[in-house]
Design a protein around this ligand. Structure first.
Ligand code: ADP
Ligand code: MG
Length: 362
């Protein structure tokens, strides 16, 4: 038999089924056997027909077995299923990044058992993870803000110097390298701050009704010089007008990131297709490319912060684009799905629910 252990000076029971319960069960069974014998004696005394003398004990034990089975099931549900279900739901919430989860203990402090201890340890673990997450995001935003000002000074001075030198000067190449680096760093900091604000929900989406098709075409056109430079065959197949209810600026970031990735990861002479369709319950936007594609392991991580699959491209971008995309779509209650074949290309599909997007011809 497991002895109670101590936790913070309190006794902790090591079983959810106390020994007394087995004695109670034994007592109940003995009592029922006694009633059975009593019944048999009574039926004999009154010389009841033989079929009654057979049927009554059968019915009696069937009812007893049913009662005991229901009781056992109820005990199991109370003791294991319910707490485990609560724990499973809480774990799923934590896995999605919600550290505000708290599971209260089942018993008061003087009647703790090992499951109460497990739940309180879980609460402690989640609180600890939450504080680390807060520390991390605060650190990110503080550092990003501190870097912004000196970076702006470097960038402004490099731009002034760039204007002072002519294209033939050898200093020009160095200044342009500095300018390029400052632009990259600026992009990284802007993305980090935006992602941080979206995660901490300090910027909330400001949904409004706007034409998704016009936005898709504008975004695609803003990349025209880039796809023409790479001689990419860009095909847009969108409907005439679809009104959706979402934050226009944030959705623009989504399309810009997906289209810029498609261009970045497609070799010169490749093909990119932008397709938009209204389905019965959602609006589907598909951005497919004939680029380098990804293996399963890469696909699993592309939405992680700072993840860059192909290191040969890591000089461009910072691995935050798709993390931003996913966060924005989460806040918009839309979803993203990726299908990719290594060496063949990728398809990114965004589904915006129609409850939020209303198709009208007004
Ligand atoms: N269209 C695509 N084709 C192939 N790989 C892609 C595509 N889009 C994204 N990826 C992969 O996902 C990774 C993360 O993308 P992203 O978050 O936009 O970061 P970045 O563009 O800065 O590398 C990329 O480094 C790349 O490995
Ligand atoms: Mg990107």
């Amino acid at each position: 038999m497991n002895k109670p252990q101590m936790k913070d000076g309190m006794k902790v029971r090591q079983s959810r089924f106390p020994v007394s319960l087995f004695f109670v069960l034994l007592g109940v069974l003995l009592l029922m056997s006694g009633i059975h014998i009593g019944l048999v004696v009574l039926m004999n005394t009154y010389s009841l027909p033989i079929w009654v003398q057979t049927a009554v004990p059968i019915a009696y034990w069937a009812a007893a077995a049913f009662g005991l089975t229901c009781y056992t099931k109820w005990r199991m549900k109370k003791s294991y299923d319910e707490p485990m279900q609560i724990l499973a739901d809480a774990t799923a919430q934590v896995a999605q990044g919600d550290f505000s989860v708290y599971i209260p203990p089942y018993h008061t402090a003087d009647k703790l058992d090992y499951l109460d201890v497990m739940l309180s340890d879980f609460d402690k673990m989640v609180a600890e993870l939450g504080s680390i997450e807060t520390l991390k995001t605060d650190f990110f935003s503080n550092v990003s803000h501190e870097i912004k000002t000196p970076l702006a000074i470097i960038q402004n001075n490099a731009e002034l110097l760039d204007m002072e030198y002519s294209d033939t000067d050898k200093e020009k190449i160095r200044i342009q390298a500095i300018l390029q680096a400052t632009h990259r760093l600026n992009g990284l900091i802007t993305n980090m701050l935006k992602l941080n604000k979206l995660e901490k929900q300090t910027i909330k989406p400001m949904p409004q009704r706007y034409d998704l098709c016009a936005q898709l075409c504008e975004c695609a056109l803003s990349f025209e010089t880039q796809w023409e430079k790479k001689n990419i065959d860009f095909e847009a197949d969108v409907e005439d007008r679809v009104l959706i209810y979402a934050d226009e600026d944030l959705m623009e970031l989504v399309w810009n990131n997906l289209i810029s990735n498609a261009i970045k990861f497609t070799k010169p002479g490749g093909r990119i297709r932008l397709k938009e369709r209204t389905e019965p319950d959602h609006i589907r936007v598909e951005i497919s490319d004939s680029g380098c594609g990804m293996d399963e392991d890469t696909v699993r991580h592309i939405f992680d912060k700072f993840y860059q699959g192909d290191t040969s491209h890591s000089t461009e971008g910072n691995g935050l684009g798709l993390a931003l995309v996913r966060r924005i779509l989460e806040l918009t209650e839309a979803s993203i799905h990726v299908e990719s074949i290594l060496g063949k290309g990728s398809v990114f599909t965004v589904s915006i629910p129609v409850i939020r997007g209303v198709k009208t011809d007004e």
